[in-house]
Design a binder for this molecule. Sequence first.
Ligand code: GLN
Length: 283
Amino acid sequence: MKTLENALQEGRRFLKEKQIADSDIDAWYLLSFLFRMNRAHYLMHSSMPISKEQYCEYMELIKKRGNHIPLQHITGEQEFMGLNFKVSNEVLIPRQDTEILVQEVLKAADGKTVLDMCTGSGCIIISLDRLGNIKSGTGADISASALKIADENNTRLEANVQFLQSNLFEQVQGKYDIIVSNPPYIPTSDIETLMEEVKDHEPSIALDGKEDGLYFYRRILSEGTDYINPGGFIFFEIGCDQGAAVSQLLKEKGFQDIRIIKDLAGLDRVVTGRYVNQEEPFT
Ligand code: GLN
């Protein structure tokens, strides 16, 4: 007869043997996911017997994780900004670093219209809509299958975001007070060096920033200025070594008040600037 504790120990051992990073934590998450149980409940009931079927079901999840399938693809969810988002292999799994971007936009977003370019799961714009006081939120993405997930998240989290299938700005209309984007920013040649979980299971369209990783910053800046109200802001998430290069791109486009914001690890993570249209100065 197996107990919850036996299952957890076996899960931990298996994942460690498969050299899964954070094996102990992932074994625990899968147990807590399957048995819908928090830590306190487990500590009180760890010697509770489980059925053979339950044990096998748990070990099936563990085996998937042992094959480097991301935890979030097994559970189908990821917490972001305290909200529970649905995820799949069609969208980038929301990252904790991106919460820095959302927190920064929240400081400027009261009563503003916001466009999230390359919205993926919709985690950025849905969080802004739910946690902020924005006037309206729009999310654009080239991928129809990503937008399906974004739409499901919109309903699941009772948000009120409009989603739009668009190759960058092709289908975007009107102007916005704020454009926010976490575009693909990994240089193509670095993708091979990423963890198996990322390079083999997350959509490469959400990762690949082409040759130098800056392709989408250039495109969004050169096309996006037609879609920002004078005096409006742009907010980008960036790779930790892209702060200087992306700031320079903003400068070349005439942005002002350019700032780099660091993440919790002290690395450059967000670049922002204010768009002042030269022809119609903001008053
Ligand atoms: N905006 C989404 C996120 O931050 C997707 C980003 C992407 O696909 N590059 O998670």
